[in-house]
Every structure is written in structure tokens, then in C-alpha cells.
Design a protein around this ligand. Structure first.
Ligand SMILES: O=C(O)CCC(=O)N[C@@H](CCC(=O)O)C(=O)O
Ligand SMILES: [Zn+2]
Length: 336
């Protein structure tokens, strides 16, 4: 296998490759760009016009997605997977991956869309670098742009695999992309309804990509991901990479559950209290009238929405950040 196929090994060791560019037997060019960043380019005659950004390890302890990208890269470097798409592989937070922690000083996934400029430290610099790498990758005109930012969650979930679809004023969510996600094993999608500071929102909003955060199961250390079944996603990614996705005339959502954001729960102070059991699962339902959270100045979060569910509850976030999202079921009537 070509040495550049071992991007994860290089990243874990904090090393630069001796050769920055290598060609596979299939004429696929692999180019190391920076720590945890590698571009793959098919020969011109095979290029099908898709630019695919695959990122993982934005949170350093979310290893199943990192292992998935590592397998895809090995297959490409060995010549077993023959790309027709241009691909950018990114391991988001190398320092946190080496430590096995979600982040070192601050969550990289809260530093996009300008936030890194108001901050400092290695993670702010990394968010800036990731924006630059993504912007440069998605700078070629007249090509399709697709970004999957792969994650696993802190807690278990009633719905194991789901996506978050960013929002931008005047842009409609794509039914075709949702059908693709369904075929990749996603059981639900949260349609966002306001701007955000996560990586997928940056590539959706500023770079015109179809972008998604994908949640694939519960976060575990390297080598302990047997419980995270990514086989449908892996098959679909290989088809996208090789340009062999089955044709579909209609965008079948096939039971995909759609949700929208009712409210984001923001932690304002150290007095913030979340009234949920520590082991509560994502997508747990909350009854109308339930006192979900309390904060400074008698702020009370009481459930008003029928069918409300909670995802990503986390009272330990820094003040000013999201401590959970209240979601409600929605329909497919506004899809493009
Ligand atoms: O399990 C959790 O509480 C967080 C899992 C996670 O890292 N989720 C992403 C979602 C990003 C998005 O909103 O699109 C995150 O919180 O950064
Ligand atoms: Zn994550």
C-alpha cells in the first residue's frame, strides 16, 4: 500500500510523510496537504465532476468514523477502490485524537463561520485551517459539492443513526440528498432552521456544498467499535467514490423520520441545571409541562411542544454554548 494511505498512522504519530504526493497503480493522485489532510484526485479521464469532502475526528474520541475513513483510504491506496470523484479526507482535531478526548481546550465544532476569529489557541487555529482547506477544495467551478462530517455521540440513542442538515436563508433542503442518506442507513434527519457554528454549516452556508453532520452511534475508543454498524454507509460511500450509485428515478425517503428544531437550550451560567437522568438517550420524548432546565435569573425551560424530544443534552458545556436541542417531528412538504 502507498505510504500516504496511512494518513491515520501519520496523524497519530504527529509525523509528516517523506513524499507529499504519490500515484496509485490506477493513476489516482494522493496529495498530503497538512496534518490530517489528504486530497485524492482521479485521472482526468475518469473524473465524474463530484467533489466529496469526508471529515471525521472533529471530536477526538469519536473513533468509529475515523476508522471508517482509514479503511476507505487504505482501499484507495491499494488500488481496490477506484475513485471517479475528487476527495478531501480530513481528520479534524489531531491533537484531541492523539489524546482520545473530545477536545483539548475547546470544541472545534463550535469555532466555524467566523467564531475562530474571536478566539485563540490551537483549536481556533485548526478551525481556521479546516475552513481554508475546505474552501480551497471546493473552489473549482461547475462541480457538485458534497460534505459528510462524521461523528459518534456521547450517549446512546433511541434512533441510532441520524443526520443534521444545516440551514441557509433562501436555500431549500434537497429530497434527493435525503434519499441518499436513507440508502446510507440514516433513520432520521434533523432539518435545521437557523445558522450555526459547526463545520457542516460552514461548508453548506459559505461553500455551497450539500453538507451534513452524520451521527453513527455511541463514541468508543479505537478498536472497540464493533457495536457501531456503518456497513450501509460504507457501501454507499464506496459507490459515491466510484460513481456507481444505483440510479433512482424518484427520491424515496422510505420511512426516514424528519425532525425540526423547536428550541436550542443554551447554558448561560454556572447555575444552569438540566433536569434529566445522566444516562438519558438521544431522542427521548419529553412531556408537555416538564421542567427541562433552569438557569440564572429564574430562567426556566418548560416543554410546550407536543411530541418534543431531546438530543445532545450536555450540562457540562461552556457557558454560552448549546446544552441540548429540543426537536419536534416535521413533514417533507418544504423539500426541494
Ligand atoms: O453527543 C453529543 O452530545 C454530541 C455529539 C456531536 O458531537 N454532535 C455534533 C453535532 C453537530 C451539528 O450540530 O451538526 C456536535 O455537537 O458538534
Ligand atoms: Zn462529534
Amino acid at each position: 500500500m502507498l505510504a500516504l494511505g496511512k494518513l491515520l498512522e501519520l496523524t497519530l504519530a504527529g509525523r509528516e510523510p517523506a513524499e507529499k504526493t504519490q500515484l496509485t497503480v490506477e493513476g489516482v493522485r494522493m496529495r498530503w496537504l497538512s496534518e490530517g489532510a489528504l486530497e485524492v484526485r482521479p485521472p482526468e479521464a475518469r473524473d465524474n465532476g463530484l467533489d466529496l469532502l469526508l471529515s471525521a475526528g472533529i471530536h477526538g474520541n469519536e473513533t468509529a468514523p475515523i476508522e471508517l475513513l482509514d479503511r476507505l483510504l487504505h482501499d484507495i491506496a491499494r488500488g481496490d477502490l477506484k475513485p471517479r470523484a475528487r476527495i478531501l479526507f480530513l481528520f479534524g482535531n489531531p491533537e484531541a485524537i492523539r489524546k482520545g478526548d473530545r477536545f483539548v481546550e475547546q470544541d472545534v465544532n463550535r469555532l466555524f463561520n467566523g467564531r475562530h476569529e474571536q478566539s485563540s489557541g490551537s483549536e481556533a487555529l485548526r478551525a481556521c485551517e479546516l475552513e481554508r482547506l475546505a474552501a480551497s477544495f471546493f473552489s473549482l467551478p461547475d462541480r457538485q459539492r458534497l460534505h459528510y462530517d462524521l461523528h459518534t455521540a456521547i450517549r446512546g440513542s433511541k434512533i441510532e443513526q441520524f443526520a443534521l442538515y444545516p440551514w441557509k436563508e433562501g436555500r431549500q433542503h434537497s429530497r434527493q440528498e435525503l434519499a441518499r442518506l436513507r440508502a446510507a442507513g440514516m433513520e432520521a434527519v434533523l432539518l435545521q432552521n437557523k445558522p450555526s457554528i459547526v463545520f457542516s454549516s460552514y461548508t453548506y452556508d459559505k461553500l455551497g456544498a450539500e453538507s451534513f453532520t452524520l451521527e453513527l452511534g455511541k463514541a468508543r475508543p479505537f478498536g472497540q467499535n464493533a457495536g457501531v454498524n456503518v456497513s450501509l454507509l460504507e457501501t454507499r460511500l464506496k459507490q459515491i467514490i466510484e460513481g456507481t450509485e444505483p440510479e433512482s428515478t424518484e427520491a424515496a425517503l422510505d420511512g426516514l423520520q424528519l425532525y425540526s428544531v423547536a428550541r436550542e437550550i443554551i447554558k448561560h451560567s454556572d447555575s444552569f441545571r438540566l433536569n434529566l437522568p445522566a444516562d438519558i438517550e438521544n431522542f427521548s420524548e419529553l412531556d408537555v409541562g416538564y421542567l427541562l432546565a433552569e438557569d440564572i435569573a429564574n430562567t426556566r425551560w418548560i416543554i410546550e411542544e407536543e411530541g418534543a424530544r431531546i438530543i445532545f443534552p450536555n450540562p457540562k458545556v461552556k457557558n454560552g454554548l448549546r446544552a441540548g436541542i429540543l426537536i419536534v417531528p416535521t413533514t417533507d412538504e418544504n423539500l426541494a
